[in-house]
Ligand binder design. Structure first.
Ligand SMILES: [Fe+2]
Length: 390
C-alpha cells in the first residue's frame, strides 16, 4: 500500500484572502526579516486583522535554519499558544514553521529529536499553514524539515508525515518580486524535483502525474519568469509547478541530482537549486547509459514536455539537452567550474563529496545506484562540464 499526502490548497490571484476564512483566534507567523521588510507579511496580517485573529511574528529564521533558531521559535510559540502556525517564506521559513509546531506539542523535546519515530498530535493545539514566497522547494506540499546543526556542522533531515501543512496558500503576489537569480536557482530546483520525482523508483502513477505537469510548466515558463519578473502568468504557473513538483518528489523522493547537488552545496556553499540543477543532466546521462526503465521515463517526459519523438533513448537525450539549454538560458552554471570553484580545492574535497552523496537516501531511489568509484567520476565529469559517457 502507498499513501499520497497533500495540503488543502487555496490558489490563484488573491488567494491570500483565504486567510479571512480560517477558524481561529491566534496565529503565530514564522518568517524572516527580509520577507517582513518586503511587505509580504503585512499582506498576511492585514487579512488576519480583518477577521480579528491576533498574531505574533517570529522573524528570526535564517537560510538553512539552525536548531538554535527553531528552539527560540519553540519558546516563543509556547508563550503565545496559537491555534495556527503559519510559515511565510521560502523553504527555510516553512520548514522552521513545521519544526516549531512540533515543539508547541512537545516543548520537552530538543529540535534534533523531531523525528519520524515520534507521534506529536500537534493538531490538538494548532493547525499548520504554509505560504510560499519562492517557487522552488515545494515545502508547502511536503512533510520534511531540513535544519542545520551549527555546532556539529551537519544538516538534519527531520519531520514526520504529520508535518504536511493543513493549508497551503499559493498567491502569485507573494513571488512577483523575486529577483532573477533566485527565480533561476529555485526554478531549477523545481525542475529537478519534477524529473527526479517522476523517475524515482519509489514513484507511482499517482506521484508521476504532478511531476509530469510540473516539468512541462517549468520548460514553458521558467525562462519567461526569469526574463520578466512582472509576467503574472509565468509567475503563477511556476508557483503551481513548484507545489506540484513538491507533491511528486515529496511522496516519491528525489534522486541522484539531489544527493550529489546536496553534497556540493554543503561543502562549497552554493545555493540548493543551483547545485541540484547543475547535477541533474549529468546524473540523467548516468542513468540513461544503463537503465532502459529510466530512459523510458525520461522519454515520456520529453514527449510530453518538449515535443520529442522517436526511440526512447533519443527522446531521453533530447530531454537532457533541453535541461541544459534551459539552464544556459537563465544564466545557470553548466559545470562545477562555472560555479567559480577552484579545481585544487574541489579535487581535495572529492572523497568528502562522495561520502556525503553515499549517505543520502536519494542515492538509492534510482535504477542504477552508484558506488564510490562512479560517484567520484560523476563529480570529476561535472567539474569539467563533460557529458557522462559511462
Ligand atoms: Fe530540492
Amino acid at each position: 500500500m502507498w499513501t499520497f499526502s497533500a495540503p488543502l490548497m487555496a490558489y490563484g490571484d488573491n488567494a491570500i484572502e483565504y486567510l479571512a476564512q480560517i477558524q481561529g483566534k491566534k496565529a503565530f507567523i514564522v518568517t524572516d526579516r527580509n520577507i517582513v521588510k518586503l511587505g509580504l507579511v503585512k499582506l498576511v496580517t492585514d487579512q488576519l486583522d480583518a477577521v480579528d485573529i491576533k498574531w505574533e511574528i517570529f522573524d528570526e529564521v535564517e537560510p538553512e535554519p539552525s536548531l538554535i533558531t527553531v528552539k527560540r521559535g519553540g519558546e516563543a510559540v509556547a508563550k503565545f499558544q496559537p491555534d495556527w502556525v503559519i510559515g511565510v517564506g521560502g523553504g527555510s521559513a516553512m520548514d522552521a514553521a513545521k519544526a516549531i509546531i512540533l515543539l508547541l506539542a512537545r516543548p520537552d523535546l530538543e529540535p534534533d529529536a523531531l523525528s519520524v519515530s515520534e507521534t506529536f498530535n500537534f493538531r490538538a493545539k494548532a493547525k499548520l499553514m504554509a505560504i510560499p514566497t519562492t517557487s522552488g522547494t515545494g515545502s508547502e506540499a511536503t512533510w520534511a524539515i531540513v535544519l542545520t546543526d551549527t555546532v556539529l556542522n551537519r544538516k538534519l533531515g527531520l519531520g514526520t508525515t504529520e508535518c504536511m501543512p493543513d493549508v497551503a496558500i499559493l498567491d502569485p503576489v507573494m513571488v512577483m518580486g523575486l529577483p532573477p537569480l533566485i527565480t533561476a536557482d529555485t526554478g531549477m530546483d523545481v525542475l529537478c524535483h519534477a524529473i527526479e520525482g517522476y523517475a524515482s523508483t519509489w514513484g507511482t502513477t499517482i506521484t508521476e502525474g504532478p511531476g509530469l505537469v510540473a516539468a512541462r510548466r517549468v520548460f514553458e515558463y521558467l525562462d519567461k519568469a526569469y526574463k520578466d519578473g512582472s509576467d503574472l502568468l509565468a509567475r503563477r504557473e511556476m508557483m503551481y509547478a513548484a507545489t506540484l513538483a513538491g507533491m511528486s518528489f515529496g511522496n516519491a523522493m528525489a534522486g541522484l541530482g539531489h544527493s550529489t547537488g546536496h553534497a556540493l552545496g554543503a561543502i562549497f556553499h552554493v545555493p540548493h537549486g543551483r547545485t541540484v540543477g547543475l547535477f541533474l543532466p549529468y546524473t540523467m546521462e548516468y542513468l540513461i547509459n544503463s537503465s532502459e526503465e529510466t530512459t523510458a521515463k525520461y522519454a515520456e517526459i520529453a514527449r510530453f514536455c518538449c515535443g520529442a519523438s522517436g526511440p526512447d533513448k533519443e527522446c531521453a537525450k533530447a530531454l537532457v539537452a533541453r535541461v541544459r539549454s534551459l539552464a544556459k538560458a537563465i544564466g545557470q552554471p553548466l559545470s562545477v567550474k562555472d560555479c567559480g570553484i577552484d579545481k585544487v580545492k574541489f579535487d581535495a574535497e572529492i572523497p568528502a563529496l562522495v561520502d556525503r552523496a553515499l549517505n543520502e537516501v536519494m542515492t538509492i531511489t534510482v535504477t542504477r545506484v552508484p558506488g564510490e568509484e562512479d560517484l567520484t567520476k560523476i563529480f570529476e565529469y561535472a567539474y569539467a562540464g563533460k557529458p557522462i559517457d559511462f
